[in-house]
Design a protein around this ligand. Structure first.
Ligand SMILES: Cc1cc2nc3c(=O)[nH]c(=O)nc-3n(C[C@H](O)[C@H](O)[C@H](O)COP(=O)(O)O)c2cc1C
Length: 368
């Protein structure tokens, strides 16, 4: 187990603000398509997440008024503070969707300029807009106008389309322009769109952005798989906060581990009993959210990711993969997370990092 480093721990203390919204911690739940729904957010908050971002939604889906729009626009009273992230290609429809999200109670409106999925780029959305600064800034203008100061507006960006100098110029044209227009914060994932998830996230780029942007509120993203990564990113880049993405999938304990490290304590891996409680809760909340039709598949996907922190990750993973119904999922809990092992810790935190590596490899091909 890594000993707590008090120098790094001090970087984790306190919180920050996104405009008028106070965030009582440094490590928040990232927008995660297919994952950061109300169920994941609640489990994350129960483990200490101080702020959560809804998975990205298309502006036109918010405006369409169907089942998806209802799920996005009906927030639980205690699901706050929450950011709603929008993706699209049309400034006017971004603006209308932002207005609807403010009406629904979102505390922050976030604009996605980073998604690298080819289908998204082909439709001139997400990361595509990093190559069209004028259009990106028109989106920012229209969203700020629509929100009218009622809520902070933020942007999420990758560090450019690719490694060319023009891409970097376009990135800074968008970032400088967006702050000049009045955004409250920016989240930066310092990989390029072309890079997708190949290679490391370039934290030195975050340091450069910090040095250039003065006191602007910045959140860093990329390769945060444990509490020590969070402390290191805060210490080496000077960002105000970080967004936990793959490191939080199947691992809500990371929020408690960050809090422990901030308090100068040694972060603990979860016991089998704690894992059982959190996974059962996640399954129950997912079923409530998606119902009998969509629930089991979604709950299964989430459950599979929890395997990485179990002492026998391969057996757990195989068992969850084979599950088809909620009863099957609960039976896996009964057999592999039995009361007789409830107090057993899954692994030391060092092997925890190895387990997280497996999650990372598994999701490398998947996400935006
Ligand atoms: C499955 C998955 C879904 C994601 N969905 C979103 C999303 O909806 N919006 C967004 O801005 N970024 C999204 N991201 C990117 C993450 O928020 C984050 O920036 C990225 O994964 C880098 O952080 P990490 O290396 O710590 O995972 C997603 C990433 C993954 C793996």
């Amino acid at each position: 187990m890594q000993a707590p480093d008090t120098r790094l721990a001090t970087k984790l203390a306190g919180g920050f603000a996104i405009g008028s919204v106070a965030i009582p911690g440094r490590a928040v739940l990232a927008a995660l398509s297919g994952y950061s729904d109300a169920a994941m957010r609640r489990v994350a908050r129960e483990h200490g997440a101080p702020y959560c971002v809804h998975e990205v939604v298309l502006d036109r889906d918010v405006l369409a008024g169907g089942r998806l729009a209802r799920r996005v626009l009906e927030l639980d009273e205690d699901d706050h503070p929450i950011g709603g992230q929008l993706m699209g290609s049309e400034p006017a429809s971004f603006a209308a969707a932002a207005r609807a999200m403010v009406g629904a109670g979102y505390d922050v409106i976030d604009i996605n300029f980073g998604c690298p999925v080819p289908k998204v780029l082909g439709r001139c959305r997400g990361g595509f807009l990093l190559g069209t600064p004028d259009l990106a800034l028109e989106v920012v203008d229209r969203v700020l106008d629509a929100v009218g100061g009622a809520r902070p507006v933020t942007v999420k960006l990758r560090r450019g389309l690719d490694d060319k100098i023009e891409s970097e110029r376009a990135f800074f044209a968008i970032l400088d322009g967006a702050f000049a227009r009045g955004i409250a914060a920016a989240t930066i994932h310092p990989r390029t769109v072309a890079q997708r998830y190949d290679g490391a996230s370039d934290w030195s780029f975050l340091r450069r952005v910090r040095d250039r942007m003065g006191s602007c509120t910045l959140l860093g993203s990329g390769d945060l798989f444990g509490p020590h990564d969070v402390a290191r990113m805060l210490a080496t880049t000077g960002v105000d906060g970080v967004t936990l993405a793959r490191g939080a999938i199947g691992n809500p304990w990371i929020f408690a581990q960050v809090a422990a490290l901030a308090a100068g304590l040694e972060p603990q891996a979860p016991t089998i009993g704690e894992q059982r409680v959190a996974i059962a809760r996640h399954i129950e909340l997912t079923m409530r959210l998606f119902g009998a039709r969509g629930g089991p598949a979604r709950a299964r996907t989430q459950a599979i990711h929890h395997a990485a922190v179990h002492p026998d990750p391969v057996a757990v993973r195989d068992a969850f993969v084979a599950a088809r119904t909620v009863d099957d999922l609960l039976a896996v809990l009964d057999s592999l997370y039995p009361a007789s092992r409830a107090g057993e810790r899954s692994a030391r935190l060092s092997s925890f990092a190895l387990a997280a590596q497996r999650v990372r490899e598994a999701s490398n091909s998947a996400g935006p």
